[in-house]
Structures are given as structure tokens and as C-alpha cells.
Design a protein around this ligand. Structure first.
Ligand code: ARG
Length: 273
């Protein structure tokens, strides 16, 4: 009879909503942060665990939210898709804000500025990016260093006119090889497979410091211009509440001088290894 059906339905609905509540709660307890622990001092492995400036920022955000932090160490070029698809909550990986990336995720406020560097041999005469003409250049796949070098080798298209803009390395015979990390690229530079490695400043200085005959210099153009990048946390589009909390924590950490302090600490620590 209908009374029986209604009460069965009610019970079913009740059980289902209980399930929904508990599973929801479970998810809310864990903040999942995607990174690529190949980028000291921002993220690197210590005892097989990702640590570094960004991981301290991640912990501060998790603490603010009262959540448990879970870190996923993945390939750098997969991080933003994992955030835009909702697989992970935050991408914290020294990620440079670019207009293209901002189409797929929201970025927090900037917490660090940087520029690109070139890791070269001590006795190298290289001074500008133009000096990389004809050379084999190693980069980390999907990083801004990769984009800059690849664009200078292939040239770009003017967005409005569609006209080809010649890159400074175009037609010089320069080639780019994409590695999973700057450390990998450096190993290949040591063995002679590439001539130079292009990566952000601090990771460049740290990796160069691991070889007696390597040094790191800023990537400048012959006309004196430089690259200029800011790192921010990637959040899924539309997740305003989380973005607000991230910004609140970042502003607090900057004000307290924590980020600068962590940069110094982790530069020292990651340079030891
Ligand atoms: N800042 C550069 C970029 O956004 C490099 C970041 C690499 N980060 C990493 N964890 N491997 O492309």
C-alpha cells in the first residue's frame, strides 16, 4: 500500500542523505595540494617527502581551514589540469601566473617574484639569450622557461594580425630538449647532451651549485630586457571561498616575513644535498 511505499522511500532518502553527508565530510577533511617536488627551494624531496617554501604555505592554508594536508607529487605539466578538473584542491609549485594559465584556473595573489636564469659552464662566454644561437638548450617540460625558449626558437604569431614574429633563436639551429626536472637537464648538461639549462632563478642557482664547473646567470636579452614572473597558488575556477582563504593566508605570511624566511631556510637546506 501507499503508506508502506512512502515510508520505505523516506528510509531510503534518509540513508542516502546520511551517506552523502559522511562522504562529503570525509572529502572536506583533506586539502589535496598538487606539486612537483623538483624545484628547490620551493619544493624538493627530503627523506622522500615533499618539503620546501610552497609546502609550508600549503600547511598554513590547511591549518587555517582546519584540514589535513595531502600532497600529491606529480609531473609539473599535469598540475593545472588536475586543479581545473577538480582532482586536486590547490596547485602550489612555484607556478608563474600567465594569461594562458589564467584561462583554466584562478590564481591567488602573488607570493614571490622571479626571473629566468641560464645554467652555463664556468668558462662559458654566454651573456645573453642571443648567445644561445645554435646551442642545445635543456628545460623542464611545461615551465615558463620551456615556453620562452620554444617561442624564441619557433617564433610566435601576432595575436591580432596573425603575422609571424621571429624569435631571437629562430633559424640559428638552436634546439630545446624538455626534461622532467631541471636536475635531469643538468645531468644531461654534465654529460654533454645539452649546452645550457634554462629555469627560474633560485632552482638555477641551487642546481648550478651542485656542479663545480657550473654557474647560473640571469637570462637577459641583448637589448637589456629581462623576463619577469610572479608565483601564485592555483585554485579551481569559481571556488571563491577557497581562493579567499588562500589569499588571506598568503597576505598574512608575507606580512609576517614568513615567506622570505622560508626561502632563506630552504635555500640553505636544499643546497646541502
Ligand atoms: N615558474 C615556472 C613555471 O611556472 C617553473 C615552475 C616549476 N615548478 C616546479 N615545481 N617544478 O612554469
Amino acid at each position: 500500500n501507499s503508506k508502506k511505499i512512502i515510508s520505505v522511500l523516506l528510509v531510503v532518502a534518509l540513508v542516502m542523505s546520511m551517506f552523502a553527508l559522511t562522504s562529503c565530510k570525509k572529502e572536506e577533511d583533506v586539502l589535496t595540494v598538487y606539486t612537483n617536488a623538483e624545484f628547490p627551494p620551493f619544493e624538493y624531496l627530503s627523506d622522500n617527502k615533499p618539503v620546501g617554501v610552497d609546502m609550508q604555505i600549503a600547511q598554513a592554508i590547511a591549518d587555517e581551514l582546519g584540514m589535513k594536508l595531502e600532497i600529491k607529487n606529480v609531473k609539473f605539466d599535469t598540475i593545472l589540469t588536475s586543479i581545473s578538473s577538480g582532482k586536486g584542491d590547490l596547485g602550489i609549485a612555484g607556478i608563474t601566473v600567465t594569461p594562458e594559465r589564467a584561462e583554466s584556473v584562478n590564481f591567488s595573489e602573488n607570493y614571490i617574484t622571479s626571473t629566468q636564469y641560464m645554467v652555463i659552464k664556468n668558462d662559458s662566454e654566454i651573456k645573453t639569450i642571443e648567445d644561445l644561437a645554435g646551442l642545445k638548450i635543456g628545460v623542464q617540460l611545461g615551465t615558463t622557461g620551456d615556453f620562452i625558449i620554444s617561442d624564441e626558437i619557433s617564433g610566435t604569431e601576432d595575436e591580432e594580425t596573425g603575422e609571424h614574429i621571429k624569435g631571437v633563436l629562430e633559424g640559428t639551429g638552436a634546439t630545446v630538449t624538455q626534461y622532467n626536472s631541471a636536475a635531469d637537464a643538468a645531468v644531461n648538461m654534465d654529460s654533454g647532451k645539452v649546452d645550457v639549462v634554462v629555469i627560474d632563478m633560485l632552482p638555477a642557482e641551487i642546481v648550478a651549485g651542485q656542479y663545480d664547473n657550473f654557474k647560473a646567470i640571469e637570462l637577459v636579452y641583448a637589448d637589456g630586457s629581462k623576463t619577469d614572473e610572479s608565483y601564485a597558488v592555483a585554485v579551481k575556477k569559481g571556488n571563491k571561498e577557497l581562493l579567499d582563504t588562500v589569499n588571506k593566508v598568503i597576505n598574512r605570511l608575507i606580512e609576517e616575513g614568513k615567506i622570505d624566511k622560508w626561502v632563506v631556510e630552504h635555500t640553505t637546506q636544499s643546497s646541502k644535498g
